[in-house]
Design a protein. Structure first.
Length: 97
């Protein structure tokens, strides 16, 4: 008994390959957009401040908002980056309620 192998339409295959290639290019561009000096990754920020929980970072954002200021952070892709000035503000006691 001979099994028939389904034939993939070349146009569909080409479209799927273009989508994959675009995804790869987007990832390459994301890496080039990552801030270099003044922005710390979430892990670097936690290490610098000694914070263990993401919950505390959310509380810091709320405190800054209540004080009429903003918490300098941005999200690129799925990664969060926090400006280095927030480390100094943390140690200056800005986020104590």
């Amino acid at each position: 008994m001979i099994q028939q192998i389904p034939v993939i339409n070349p146009e569909v295959l080409d479209k799927r390959l273009r989508i994959i290639e675009q995804g790869i290019e987007d990832l390459k561009n994301l890496n080039s957009k990552i801030p270099k000096s003044e922005w710390l990754s979430l892990d670097e920020f936690k290490e610098a401040t000694g914070i263990k929980s993401h919950y505390y970072i959310q509380k810091m954002q709320q405190v800054a908002k209540k004080k009429g200021d903003s918490f300098a952070s941005k999200i690129l892709g799925k990664k969060m980056f926090i400006h280095e000035k927030e480390v100094q503000r943390f140690f200056d006691g800005f986020y104590q309620v």
